[in-house]
Design a protein around this ligand. Structure first.
Ligand SMILES: [Mn+2]
Length: 468
């Protein structure tokens, strides 16, 4: 895939607009993709000696907002919001977003301001799998000649889960990945064993978090240790990481995981098993060998941890090159984040009477007291404690007296064609809320008194869609 001609012309125009602006504001999203987008844009602007401010925001603050700068750039958001209702004479807006756009490619109105929206969907390119916010910002950087930022584009796509469908990057993401490899920033192992924590977690711990299907090893480190010993991978419990395994050891581990999964899943899912175990792995070659920044997934998790704790700027400074003060802060934020998660998990899943309620087609828990920012992560971790054949939904209250809803499910359900992001958008809409997201990780905000109606409607909506 190449960048379409029309889209390339848009990039040339964006470059010109930036070169001709002095007072610039960037709004970007609070997740890994948004933070990577902000870091790329900020680096471009620094190198162009442009004064600028960056703010990381939630989507809900964007509609009908005041624009106070000569140029306002929106990255990883903006396409789905009414961001130009208050644009004034002579102001300029650039959007770099991959979410479904409200406005057409040739959107213009009669007001006297500059509006440029670069969105792959306008050009027939899928924004879920082929390019994300950070990637779109990288192509702008490339227009300025800054291909050294390609690795941040790769990281953004990892964080945005652009590779979940196949385990590989496709479309425009493949160009970014190749730029990063050519520049010596990235090494790629195709179809590697894809278990989270390859660089810093002992393998017996990493394996115990396997939760797409409940296996004997799930949440059971005695079992993972026994298996690693039996496979002669880690006989002395010396806390080897996945990264330290030889190809032969990885081969034995793959075979064993495959056997375990084949026994555990219904026949129709068997064909998806390799995709649960294998995927490309990404190593950032400029990072320290033992650092969590070296592995793409671990790096992206740290970015998300910052987003969840309103420390996006710490994350951005690390991306922009600060490996001293900001890296220390990043480690502290991550550690604190992990502690909060552990505390929340034990309150939901490990308490005497677990409060996970199972219905015909779904299961849910009341996460009252869990911060809205982390309820999604918690919900994903709870999956390992319940029935993987149904989605798990977590609820918690927001500051504004609404309910935040998060849904996670086994990747097998999404491989089999269910898109929960679309379903949650519909059902949340039916009860007066809003929602959306990925096939297997999504969320919504709903009025607090609509919880039981939401659950009922969601359960009914799934009739006949799951194979139990
Ligand atoms: Mn994104």
């Amino acid at each position: 895939m190449q960048i379409p001609q029309k889209m390339h012309e848009q990039y040339l125009e964006a470059k010109q607009i930036i070169e001709n602006s002095e007072d610039i504001k960037v709004y970007s999203h609070i997740d890994c993709d948004g933070i990577c987008s902000g870091a790329i844009l900020s680096t471009i602007l620094d190198r162009q000696n442009k004064e600028h401010e960056i703010e990381f925001v939630n989507l809900d603050v964007l509609d009908d907002m005041e624009l106070d700068h000569e140029l306002t750039i929106f990255s990883d958001l903006g396409s789905g919001q009414h961001i130009d209702t208050k644009a004034g004479k002579g102001q300029k807006i650039i959007i770099l977003d991959h979410h479904p756009p409200l406005r057409d490619l040739d959107y213009r109105n009669d007001k006297d301001y500059t509006y440029l929206e670069i969105n792959p969907i306008h050009h027939g390119i899928d924004g879920s799998y082929y390019v994300c916010g950070g990637g779109l910002c990288y192509f702008l950087a490339k227009e300025f000649g800054y291909t050294d930022l390609s690795w941040i584009g790769v990281l953004s796509a990892i964080g945005d889960m652009q590779n979940t469908r196949t385990g590989h990057f496709e479309g425009l993401n493949e160009i970014i990945q190749q730029d990063a490899i050519d520049g010596g920033y990235l090494s790629l192992v195709k179809n590697d064993i894809n278990i989270y924590g390859r660089n810093t977690r002992p393998l017996f711990v990493a394996l115990s978090y396997f939760s797409d299907v409940k296996l004997p090893i799930t949440n059971n480190t005695s079992e993972t240790m026994a298996i690693l010993e039996e496979l002669e991978i880690d006989e002395k419990h010396n806390r080897k990481t996945l990264n330290q395994l030889t190809m032969a050891e990885k081969g034995r581990l793959y075979k064993r995981l495959n056997e375990m999964l084949s026994k555990a899943v219904p026949g129709k899912y068997v064909k998806y098993i390799p995709r649960l175990i294998l995927g490309d792995s990404y190593t950032f070659l400029k990072e320290d060998e033992t650092s969590f920044l070296r592995d793409g997934s671990e790096f992206s998790t740290a970015m998300n941890a910052c987003g969840r704790n309103h420390e996006e700027k710490v994350a951005m400074e690390v991306l922009k090159g600060d490996r001293f003060a900001s890296l220390d802060e990043l480690e502290a934020v991550s550690l604190n984040h992990r502690r909060n998660l552990a505390r929340a998990i034990s309150s939901v899943a490990e308490s005497e009477d677990s409060n996970i309620i199972e219905l015909e087609n779904l299961q849910y828990f009341d996460g009252t007291g869990i911060k809205p920012e982390i309820v999604g992560t918690i919900t994903g971790m709870i999956l390992g404690y319940c029935n993987w054949k149904k989605p798990i939904i977590g609820f918690t209250q927001t500051d504004s007296d609404g309910l935040k809803v998060s849904l996670r499910c086994s990747r097998l359900l999404s491989y089999d064609g269910i898109h929960f992001g679309n379903i949650i958008r519909q059902v949340a809409g039916e009860v007066g809320g809003s929602g959306g997201g990925h096939a297997m990780a999504c969320g919504a905000y709903i009025p607090i008194d609509k919880k039981s109606e939401f659950i009922e409607r969601f359960n009914a909506e799934l009739n006949g869609k799951l194979s139990n």
